[in-house]
Structures are given as C-alpha cells and as structure tokens.
Design a protein around this ligand. Structure first.
Ligand SMILES: O=C(O)[C@@H](CO)OP(=O)(O)O
Length: 264
C-alpha cells in the first residue's frame, strides 16, 4: 500500500510544471574587488562577497524557493557562495555536483591583469572585444604562467587539455553538455535546482535559455550574489524571458557596476 502511494506521488510529481532553476553568480571575489581579470584563477570571496552570499540565501528562504540539489563550478568563489547561501536557507544538506564546465570563462593572458590598466593600454574597443564579444578570445595564457592552472589537480580530468583562453562561444560549447546531461535530468525529476557559478558561465546559460543573439549578449551582465529564478516549461524554455531576480533593484545596480568595470 505504502509502495503504491509512493509510485502515485512520483508519477504525479513527474508531470509537475513548471520546473524551477535558480542561477546564482558568486558574491564579490577579492579579485573582483581589485578590478583584476580572474577567469580560472581561484580567487576567494571578499568580505562583501560573503555578505552577498548570505543575502542570497536569505532571499531564497524569504521566498520559499528551496533548492533540492546544487551544481557548482570547481572554483572556490562559487563553492563558498553556494555553501553560505544554502546554509542560510537551511539547505546545506542537499546533494552537490561540481564541474569545471560551470567555471568562469578562461581569460587567457589577461588573467591576473588589472581591468582599468588593460583598458588604458589597449583602448576601449579592444578591451570590450576581449571582455564581451561573443567569439574573440583574449590572447592565450603561456604554459606554466603564474596565473595558469597547468598543475592544478582539479583539472586532471581534462588530461592536459586545459583551455589556454576562451571566448563566450567556447564557454557555451563546453557548458551546454553539462546543462543537458546533468542539470536538465534534475529539473525533469522536479527538483528545484541551484546553479552557483560565474558571470560568464551564467551569461552563456542565460543566452541559451532566453535565445539571446550573439550580438545582444554583449550587453548582458549578471550581478553578484542575487538569485535569478527561471520557471521552465517541458522544453526547458522560460515562461518569462529573463527570469526573475529576487531583488530586482539591487540586481540592476549591481549589473550596471559589472558593466562599468575597468572604467575609472
Ligand atoms: O574577471 C573575470 O573572470 C570576469 C568575472 O569577474 O570578468 P568580466 O566581468 O570582465 O568578464
């Protein structure tokens, strides 16, 4: 009898719609605070970043949007953000999956460089091309550079095939298989899914969900630490284009600040 009831509830729940996907960019990192290109460098959260992550968790709790499973990159700023937010929302016990495919865009030879200085040295046009164009990657990082991840054990799964630079198009290509293979099955199982990741890996995901053109995606910036909630239909299409930020005013301010990085 118990078993039958269980089966019924699973069958019913598998038809539940819409699916809930929560995107959370990590809080401010120490390198964001210093206006440095970060990419795959493992910068920790700043004090402000930890406070943003806490607020993110509070917003989830206030709105009763409680993740059943979390997917993060393998970078500590996303991991810490997920831990802090989920702890605040009393969901620190949920299953966790991590993948390099959710990592920030690899910033090539720009990793470690100051954004304002780079803009001064190369001019506004080149700076924005590297930062926001869809298919122009920055110059590649040198092997064994101080800011490369060649010896980092978390990338042994890549068997030496670590990116040396990436444009947003590259991020879309390496992130989407993870979305389809790991995230979509969780959504289809009616789990509220939290993805804790990065400015550019989340831009790649939002581009896919909202079907934003290669040109228009340049103007989209993701704020730090504010949950962005998408309700998705059975084809994984958003019911509302752009989803919903749980603190829209703060999200607009913070996204504008991201857009202006590198300007004095
Ligand atoms: O430095 C980076 O890795 C990213 C995110 O912080 O920067 P940008 O917003 O300039 O792409």
């Amino acid at each position: 009898m118990l078993k039958a009831t269980h089966h019924l509830s699973v069958a019913q729940s598998s038809r539940k719609m819409p699916y809930t996907l929560v995107l959370l960019r990590h809080g401010q990192s120490e390198w964001n605070a210093k206006d440095q290109f970060t990419g795959w460098v493992d910068a920790p959260l700043s004090e402000l970043g930890r406070a943003e992550a806490l607020r993110g968790g509070e917003l989830l709790k206030e709105r009763n949007i409680l993740p059943d499973v979390v997917h993060t990159s393998v970078l500590r700023r996303a991991i810490e953000t997920a831990n802090i937010s989920l702890d605040k929302a009393d969901r620190n016990w949920i299953p966790v999956h991590r993948s390099w495919r959710l990592n920030e865009r690899h910033y090539g030879a720009l990793q470690g460089k100051n954004k304002a200085q780079t803009r001064d040295a190369y001019g506004d046009e080149q700076f924005m091309l590297w930062r926001r164009s869809y298919d122009t990657p920055p110059p590649p990082i040198e092997v064994n550079s101080k800011y490369s991840q060649d010896k980092d054990p978390r990338y042994t799964v890549l068997a030496g095939d670590i990116p040396r630079t990436e444009c947003l198009k590259d991020v879309v290509q390496r992130m989407l298989p993870y979305f389809h293979d790991a995230i979509v099955p969780d959504l289809q199982a009616n789990k509220v899914v939290l993805v804790a990741a990065h400015g550019n890996s989340l831009r790649a995901l939002v581009k896919h969900l909202d079907e934003i053109s290669d040109t228009d995606i340049a103007a989209l910036n993701i704020p730090t630490g504010i949950p962005l909630v998408y309700e998705l239909d059975e084809k994984m299409k958003p019911l509302k284009r752009g989803g919903e930020y749980l603190d829209p005013e703060e999200a607009a301010k913070s996204a504008a600040a991201v857009a202006n990085q590198g300007k004095k």
